[in-house]
Design a protein around this ligand. Structure first.
Ligand code: TXA
Ligand code: MG
Length: 320
């Protein structure tokens, strides 16, 4: 089928209140018509996501902001102008008429203009907002290919648009612009890049700012127990038989585990591959996934955040 026909099918599904999985530059989203509360409820059902956790509304262009946000502070305007389309989500006061199902009943709404060409074509053809969380079951590893989405949901999502592997590989950076800009979730745009536009931004302390499930301590978890270790602790754990390892160096000759992945020293590349690597390690049959702690520098913030949450989520069953 041609891409145009795929988009038409996806738009028809959205108009009929059905779900559509689609690629963004960060991860794949599980989308519903953001103006249709029943369709949005389907997203929660399929993900197994607790009600009251807000979704991001994806828009074709920043020009649609006024339909979804009651007001747009100057800092938000500047961030949108600089980073959209791109991996940035802004939390803004919600406009009247945005369904409670989307906002989790809060007075704010999360908005993002994604950069992936297929997402942009879908949004332009649909002509309204698409509410979409990452297309994974609640608490699990986010999908970065269409095949990952099918592994998660089988045929229960009527349309899965395939846009290839996601360029960024980690979720968007979330900034609350309800007051002074507050970084809620590190992601595809680095804090330093944001600060170059609007000056110093504070990182939210745990539990601070509006409720955000992607920011709960345990999240993004494989099924296999995962430990995050540095230095000699890492060396010792990686030396155990039957483990699977995510490292930034090649395997030692004596490695006797199931799988060793050398994800390298380049943060962008590491992020791009991270979720696919976690899936491979999870599928390796190992008892434990041992992850080498990443560097303490800011370009690794979003990666460190996801790895820390994946480690905190063990045992993963608690979140399934
Ligand atoms: O890159 C991304 O952001 C991907 C792609 C699909 O766009 N989406 C994504 O969605 O990661 P999800 O649902 O997995 O995470 C969305 C995050 C959650 O932590 C949610 O709580 C937060 O956005 N969020 C959405 N609306 C919010 C609001 N009004 N206040 C606070 N947080 C909000
Ligand atoms: Mg998610």
């Amino acid at each position: 089928m041609t891409e145009g026909a795929d988009i038409e099918r996806a738009v028809a599904a959205l108009r009929a209140g059905q779900l559509v999985a689609f690629p963004t530059e960060t991860v794949y989203g599980l989308g519903a018509d953001a103006r249709n509360p029943a369709a949005v409820r389907l997203v929660y059902e399929l993900k197994g996501r607790p009600a009251g956790h807000p979704l991001i509304v994806h828009l074709a262009t920043a020009a649609a902001l006024g339909d979804w946000a009651a007001s747009v502070p100057e800092a938000a305007r500047q961030l949108a102008a600089r980073f959209w389309p791109g991996p940035l989500t802004l939390i803004l006061p919600r406009a009247a008429g945005v369904p409670d199902e989307v906002t989790g009943g809060q007075d704010s709404v999360g908005l993002r203009v994604p950069a992936h060409p297929l997402a942009r074509r879908l949004l332009a053809a649909f002509g309204s907002g698409i509410a979409a969380p990452s297309a994974n079951r609640y608490g699990r590893v986010s999908p970065t290919t269409a095949a990952h989405v099918r592994e998660e949901f089988g045929t229960s999502v009527p349309v899965v648009l395939d846009g290839g592997p996601c360029r960024v590989g980690l979720e968007s950076t979330i900034v609350s612009c309800l007051g002074e800009p507050l970084l809620l979730r590190p992601g595809g745009i680095a804090q330093s890049e944001l600060e170059a536009v609007v000056g110093p931004i504070r990182r939210a302390a745990r539990g601070e700012g509006p409720r955000a499930p992607g920011t709960t301590q345990a999240h993004y978890a494989p099924r296999t127990a995962l430990v995050l270790l540095g230095g000699t602790d890492f060396d010792a754990a990686a030396d155990a038989p039957g483990v699977a390892v995510l490292a930034q160096q090649p395997a030692p000759a004596r490695f006797s585990g199931r799988l060793w992945v050398d994800a390298g020293l380049d943060a962008e590349r590491y992020a791009h591959d991270l979720y696919a690597n976690l899936r491979r390690l999870d599928d390796s049959g190992a008892r434990t996934i041992v992850v080498e702690a990443v560097p303490p520098t800011s370009q690794w913030d979003a990666i460190r955040d996801r790895l820390t949450r994946a480690a905190a989520a063990c045992p993963a069953e608690e979140l399934a």
